[in-house]
Design a protein around this ligand. Structure first.
Ligand code: PRP
Ligand code: MG
Length: 175
């Protein structure tokens, strides 16, 4: 890892027993607040896919920050994947299970047929959020070209759930 990435990794903080006992919350906000770190991490997230995607899909809420930044670096547009109930006319809607709870995500019908989509989020934990996002992209008629995250947590089966072409900048043990 470059010095910038090593420093960025150290800016992801751990918060045991949040939001509930037994869960270790990873907070990326110190990393996001540092311009050098944000640039280094978002650059590392999309490099393996550079030139191969037409639009970046980010999952509400933390994925939005990364999707916008990566799209700006790559010169593409963004597809916001919303939590349910925020869109007047969603083109696709999927329910999924979270590490803590369940949720539904939806997306607008703005992809051109066959648009090559890079799906981004902050953390891969169980993979529920990203697997649902991938399914959503397919239902929208997009071609999923890759999935990329800042941090992959080992031990929850996330990589198996999300499948091939997943890139993570950092990996950490669950606890
Ligand atoms: C968190 C995180 C990922 C997801 C990872 O989002 O930002 O999107 O959980 O977990 P998974 O791999 O088990 O699905 P969350 O829905 O908590 O909310 P936020 O992004 O709106 O803060
Ligand atoms: Mg999230």
């Amino acid at each position: 890892l470059s010095d910038d990435l090593t420093r960025a990794e150290s800016q992801i903080t751990r918060h045991p027993d949040y939001p509930e006992p037994g869960v270790v919350f990873r907070d990326i906000t110190p990393l996001l607040a540092d311009g050098t770190s944000l640039r280094a991490v978002t650059d590392a997230m999309y490099r393996p896919f550079a030139g191969g995607f037409d639009i970046v899909a980010g999952v509400e809420a933390r994925g939005f920050l990364l999707a916008g930044t990566i799209a700006s670096l790559a010169g593409t547009g963004v597809l916001p994947i919303r939590k349910a109930g925020k869109l007047p006319d969603p083109a696709a809607s999927i329910e999924y299970t979270l590490e803590y709870g369940s949720a539904r995500i939806e997306a607008p019908g703005v992809l051109f047929p066959g648009a090559r989509v890079l799906v981004v989020d902050d953390i891969l934990a169980t993979g529920g959020t990203l697997a649902a996002s991938q399914q959503l992209v397919r239902e929208l008629g997009g071609e999923l070209v890759g999935t990329t995250v800042i941090l992959e947590l080992d031990g929850l089966g996330g990589r198996e759930t999300v499948g091939d072409h997943v890139h993570s900048v950092f990996t950490a043990a669950l606890s």
